[in-house]
Design a protein around this ligand. Structure first.
Ligand code: CLF
Ligand code: SF4
Length: 512
């Protein structure tokens, strides 16, 4: 594109490929923040480059977590302290706990290698505000001085939050996540066995009551201070699933900006109370139904990756192994932000073009398809979420779009094992894929072999390679328009298919 700064000088070859893949955006009608047209200018400025607060931004921008907060002041039944904080990370290891000084150097090292980096978050492995938040605030202070263009973001269970709102405001921390799983202590009792507050341990209903009151107090204080608050809720079937509708209402009334309803990750191997007592997580359709029920004035985040407390990179990728403490130690860091600035200028230009092309595709569908035509789900094989550029057999996940007369909306992702191993198809993996995308009408791929094609068709899922390497949303809308025409002629049936299994990433190893 002639009007866009070349990325050649900003990114290395591998990253250039990745950025080119990422240099698009998803639906402007989708969860998270929608876009400049439906947000006040100051709010758009705060969220437009934040990969969690803006669904669109997560295709362009990276976050990193620094694991400086090991202690926690509560116990959640879905957490085993041998693993990362389940609020913000999948159960895996924090390879290294860092001091604030080590963390600040690591941020500079990543920032000079990864121009997409826009946010540093502190999300564990314990609670960022336990132990008085000493490490958290010291780390943010150091980063604010050496890399002031990087946004600061913290995640907390909220117990200690009311004591720190003034400090958070004073440090220009614009983004805070509170994990709120209940607004009724009777429900809370089933999730939190104890909390440590005011120099003593509290249990049962008392513990849940204190936690609830402190969470609401913290949320109100933050939103009154103009800080954007995202609420994370863990959906636990039979415990708080329907109750999360009430949670959604309560946090919306108190000014939360975004609600992220995440599936419980539960496995006996994790050693958590829920894992050991057989508490299951939700299925894909249960999760989506609850998210749809809650979608309203308060935007729903649907692109969360439940990432590690030391994750580095675009959401869904982890470049942490490139930045271990010994590797960072050997890097001569500087505070030059030229590459990041050029990258952001590029993104601004690219965004403007994509907004126009997506709007045109939506308009075409709105004009040609009757408003009552039911939306469909489409699974997409993509390497980083903007173009259809992955082979069916190589996909480790499929992104799911709901496509209808109001647009194409990203609604989640489904992890799978790769079908093609060493050049031949794995039948068990194919069954898993059929389970994972069983509720989809079509699967968009860059390429697919004859055998899986036939099995997909037999399962009622249309494999589509006609849009290989094109943008997802425009392609999905083009497909939907043709699908609606075929449906009107009675050539296809509307289908919902079987429910899909949600599969979290495997735990990597136990922490030392
Ligand atoms: Fe990290 Fe959380 Fe900030 Fe994002 S993660 S502290 S808001 S920068 Fe994002 Fe990761 Fe989901 Fe968290 S994808 S787990 S929502
Ligand atoms: Fe675990 Fe996080 Fe809950 Fe603390 S707040 S118990 S670290 S999930």
């Amino acid at each position: 594109m002639s009007n866009v700064v070349s990325l050649d000088g900003i990114l290395g070859v591998g990253e250039l490929k990745s950025a080119a893949k990422a240099a698009g955006c998803a639906s402007s009608s989708c969860g998270s923040s929608s876009g400049p047209s439906d947000l006040p200018a100051d709010v758009w400025e705060k969220v437009k480059n934040h990969p969690c607060y803006s669904e669109e931004a997560h295709h362009y921008f990276a976050r990193m977590h620094v694991a400086v907060a090991p202690a926690c002041n509560i116990q959640c039944n879905y957490c085993n302290r041998k693993y990362d904080c389940s609020n913000e990370s999948r159960p895996g290891v924090v390879s290294e706990k860092l001091t604030p000084e080590q963390a600040a150097k690591k941020v500079l090292a990543v920032a000079q290698e990864v121009p997409q980096l826009s946010v540093v978050g502190i999300a564990g492995p314990g609670d960022s505000l336990a132990a008085n938040g000493t490490n958290t605030f010291r780390t943010f202070d150091l980063i604010a001085k050496s890399a002031p263009d990087i946004k600061l973001c913290l995640s907390t269970n909220g117990l200690a939050l009311p004591d720190h709102v003034e400090r958070i405001k004073g440090m220009n921390i614009d983004h805070v996540t509170i994990t709120i799983n209940m607004v009724d202590p009777d429900v809370g009792e089933r999730i939190y066995p104890w909390i440590f507050f005011d120099h003593r341990r509290w249990t049962g209903r008392d513990a849940a009551t204190i936690l609830h009151e402190r969470q609401m107090m913290g949320l109100e204080a933050l939103t009154s201070a103009g800080i954007l608050v995202k609420v994370n809720s863990v959906m636990i079937p039979g415990v708080n699933d329907q109750h999360l509708v009430e949670v959604n209402k309560a946090v919306r009334e108190r000014g939360a900006f975004l609600h992220n309803i995440m599936p419980l990750i539960s496995d006996p191997a994790h050693g958590t109370h829920f894992g050991l007592t057989g508490q299951r997580g939700p299925t894909a359709q249960e999760l989506k139904a609850l998210q749809d029920q809650c979608e309203g004035d308060l935007k729903l985040m649907r692109h969360c990756r439940q990432c590690r407390a030391d994750a580095v990179g675009l959401l869904g990728e982890d470049r942490g192994a490139e930045f271990t403490a010994d590797k960072v130690e050997a890097i001569a860091v500087n505070t030059d932000d030229d590459a990041r600035r050029l990258y952001r200028e590029h993104v601004e230009a690219e965004r403007a073009e994509r907004h126009a092309s997506k709007a045109a595709a939506r308009e075409e569908v709105a004009e040609s398809v009757a408003a009552g035509v039911a939306p469909i789900l489409i699974a997409v094989a993509t390497k980083s979420g903007e173009r259809i550029n992955e082979h069916f057999g190589h996909a480790t996940e499929f992104q799911i779009y709901e496509v209808g007369t109001s647009g194409a909306m990203f609604v989640g992702h489904r992890r799978v094992d790769t079908y093609c191993e060493g050049g031949s198809g794995d039948e068990d993996a194919l069954e898993m894929v059929l389970d994972a995308i069983g509720d989809c009408t079509a699967v968009f791929v860059a390429k697919i072999g004859a055998c899986p094609k036939e099995k997909l068709l037999k399962a009622g899922i249309e494999p589509v390679d006609a849009f290989a390497f094109d943008y997802i949303e425009e392609s999905a809308l083009t497909y939907f328009k043709a699908h609606a025409e075929r449906a009107a002629q009675g050539a296809v049936q509307t289908r919902t298919g079987r429910d899909a299994v949600l599969r979290p990433a495997e735990p990597l190893a136990r922490r030392a």
